[in-house]
Design a protein around this ligand. Structure first.
Ligand code: PAF
Length: 280
């Protein structure tokens, strides 16, 4: 059975004991409600490091008041069982007042990388993410930490933050795990109704069409307009963005752009779905 650690002291003692045995440590931060995408991160960590710690913490700081913090799925026992099956060594599952004691005062925020896309529609989200991830990375002290590419902008900002703050953990992005239909795995897929599922599957199909139009030289504005129209036609509600961007800056491509990324965020009923693929 995987060991459950509840306090920073337990966590530090645990990582220290691994260090004493000269073992390398991989770390996978999560908010729980684990799926195959998270398990792939843990398996990658275990393939590259001697041991793996997974954190499970639904971080209140990254949810705006109108978002789904209260209904976000919580299932620690089930998650711990799943992690045991892949050989994860320990789970760090702190309570909110352990992660953010009463006198907690620090906020970590990044400028440029957090401005476009998610930053426009969820203006407080990334500050919550960078604050919790900085604290987790420093508490765990892993050699490598693994993040899914599904949250592509999150991955870029965490790489930037680790570089800026000289956090001595290598940040590694791992490719998106998808259903056979192409739907990117997400804990929030659990909110989708049976009727919404096949519509959700189309999001990735539309992104792939955008990639092939882009490769055949169509104008970006036309590709984006057609894709947004298609999403509305099939039943998506509010579309936050469906766009082709510079894969590094996440801004509209320029002459200097080396690689392109197609990214989308849109509501299907009450569920906000995000996805992204390479355009090159
Ligand atoms: O990607 C997530 O699940 C969360 O944003 C993270 C990185 C665990 C921080 O709470």
């Amino acid at each position: 059975m995987v060991q459950i650690l509840k306090s920073p002291e337990d966590l530090r003692a645990y990582s220290k004991s691994l260090r004493a045995q000269n073992k390398t440590l991989g770390f996978v931060p999560t908010m729980g409600a684990l799926h195959e995408g998270h398990l792939t991160l843990a398996r990658t960590a275990l393939a590259e490091c001697d041991a793996c710690i997974v954190s499970i913490f639904v971080n209140p700081k990254q949810f705006a008041p109108h978002e789904d913090f209260d209904r976000y799925p919580r299932q620690l026992d089930k998650d711990a069982d799943l992690l045991s099956t892949v050989g994860v060594n320990a789970v760090f599952a702190p309570e909110v007042d352990v992660m953010y004691p009463k006198d907690f005062q620090t906020t970590v925020s990044l400028s440029e990388v957090t401005k476009p896309l998610e930053g426009e529609f969820r203006p407080t989200h990334f500050t919550g993410v960078s604050t919790v991830v900085a604290r987790l990375l420093l508490l765990v002290g892993a050699d490598k930490a693994y993040f899914g590419e599904k949250d592509y902008q999150q991955l870029q900002l965490i790489k930037q933050m680790a570089k800026d703050l000289a956090i001595p953990t290598e940040i590694i992005g791992v490719g998106i795990v998808r259903e056979k239909s192409g739907l990117a795995l997400s804990s929030r897929n659990a909110y989708l109704t049976t009727e919404e599922r096949p519509i959700a599957d189309q999001l990735n199909v539309i992104l792939k069409t955008m990639a092939s139009e882009f490769k055949s030289g169509a104008a970006i504005s036309d590709i984006e307009r057609r894709a947004a129209q298609k999403l509305s036609d099939i039943g998506f509600g509010k579309i936050d963005y469906i766009t082709i961007r510079d894969a590094e800056t996440l801004l509209p491509p320029t002459e200097e752009t080396k690689s392109h990324r197609i990214l989308a965020a849109a509501f299907l009923g009450k569920t906000r779905l995000i996805d992204n693929i390479s355009a090159d």
